[in-house]
Design a protein around this ligand. Structure first.
Ligand code: UGA
Length: 413
């Protein structure tokens, strides 16, 4: 918002984060974000505070952007942070202020917030991807605003004018549609990934190649080739918990049956992880006990240090639980991974991580891993075996360099 030219104050309850941001440091890895932060701190348009009173005094439009993680022990979303933020802000709101929800929430939340505060509410879901957060925010595919009045609509049209001026479509809806657009989009994306991973299971059984299959069906513009990368499946802080929260909310609304397919989407996704563990065991002669395995990848996707529900880390932990020594390497995710799973071994240097291992698994397709030289790496591994769990490497090149190569959903040869 500061980049678009607005005066912005960012509020967080964590003083350490506010301190970091105020001094120009981003508390997580996101490409280009540090430059945008520095530029807007320097211009004086962007400041940070822990004070809701300051925010209430300062701003006319208040975006709620807090997390909605999965509840412990249930599928539903934990709404503590959303209602916490709204309640903390409420006493400081002016009568003409607009509160705009951006968090991914169960449908009905905007209504619930509107009933809780005296000023007007709008809903404005965001669709940014980690790793592309800056460009997805400044040049989104579309903008969606759920409003109840022309006033709210015109305020948000003014906020987004610099973006809509470039031709980005802005859709105006009611509250529940705006809330549902977000979870529907994420459910579709999750379904697309699980679809291709289900095809990978069949390809494995039939001796076919899911990578070629995806390429071939992707040429049909009705299908499209994006989000058809078969492999270890989806993780992160969004898709897994969003499909679960969506099922839980549909159940509350009496529409449970409509989303039972998402349970299957979730199952297919999780099955890729256990399949990878089974494949590792098979490649290592039937047991993982006493074996050393290198996991290339800790973050849930490349260009992010986010390890929430990371498929690569999940597999690493399962292998360790089955008796293997697991060495994990990742360009950015090691510190976060070590905080969550302190018992795995973490090594910064890729070659050192691979040295003397019985099996390498590519779990996150960072560019650093895709560009590895299979010939020199084969020399340091105890035995050159690799599971390319993201189908990110060229099988022929790796086999020619002496590796026993296995992809997911690809022929064994
Ligand atoms: C996702 C959505 O893509 C965003 O549009 C949405 O705004 C965001 O969630 C959110 O709800 O905030 P993100 O979680 O950052 O974004 O990551 P994705 O790029 O969607 O990837 C999710 C997972 O799917 C990753 O683990 C990735 O490795 C996996 N994936 C993706 C595949 O396994 N195959 C693919 O073809 C694509």
């Amino acid at each position: 918002m500061a980049e678009l030219g607005f005066e912005v104050i960012g509020v967080d309850v964590d003083p350490a984060k506010v301190e970091m941001l105020s001094s120009g440091r981003v508390p997580f890895f996101e490409p280009d974000l540090e430059e945008v932060l520095a530029r807007n701190l320097a211009s004086g348009r962007l400041t940070f505070t822990t004070s809701f009173a300051d925010a209430g005094d300062f701003a006319d439009v208040h975006f709620i952007c807090v997390g909605t993680p999965q509840q412990a022990g249930a599928n539903a979303a934990d709404m503590t942070q959303v209602f916490g933020a709204v309640d903390a802000l409420a006493p400081h709101l002016g009568p003409d202020d607009l509160v705009v929800g951006k968090s991914t929430v169960p449908v009905g939340t905007a209504d619930a917030i509107a009933a809780r505060i005296s000023t007007e509410v709008a809903w404005n879901p965001e669709f940014l991807r980690e790793g592309f957060a800056v460009s997805d925010t400044l040049s989104p595919d579309r903008l969606v605003i759920g409003v109840r009045s022309e006033r709210a609509e015109s305020i948000l049209r003014e906020v987004y004018a610099p973006i809509t001026a470039t031709g980005v479509p802005l859709l105006v809806t009611d509250f529940p549609t705006a809330e549902l657009v977000k979870v529907a989009a994420n459910s579709f994306l999750a379904t697309k990934i699980s679809f291709i991973n289900a095809m990978a299971e069949v390809c494995e059984a039939a001796g076919a190649d899911v990578v070629k299959l995806a390429e071939a069906i992707g040429y049909d513009p009705r299908i499209g080739n994006r989000f058809l990368a078969a492999g270890l499946g989806f993780g992160g802080g969004c898709l897994p918990k969003d499909i679960r929260a969506f099922m839980a909310r549909a159940g509350e609304l009496g529409a449970e049956e409509a989303l039972t397919f998402l349970r299957e989407v979730d199952q297919i996704n999780l099955r890729r992880r256990s399949h990878t563990v089974d494949l590792a065991r098979k490649m290592l002669g039937g047991t993982l006990r006493g074996k050393t395995i290198c996991m290339l990848g800790a973050s849930f996707k490349p260009d992010s240090d986010d390890v929430r529900d990371s498929p690569a880390l999940d597999v690493a932990v399962a292998l360790a639980n089955a008796g293997a020594t697991v060495v994990v390497t990742d360009p950015k995710g090691l510190a976060n991974a070590e905080r969550v799973y302190p018992t795995l071994t973490y090594v910064d240097d890729i070659v050192k991580a691979v040295t003397d291992t019985d099996l390498v698994i590519l779990g996150t397709e960072w560019r650093e891993f895709r560009e590895l030289d299979p010939t020199s790496l084969a020399e340091v591994a105890a035995t050159p075996r690799i599971i390319d769990a993201r189908n990110a490497l060229d099988p022929d090149t790796w086999r020619a360099a002496g590796w026993t190569y296995r992809g997911l959903g690809r022929p064994v040869r």
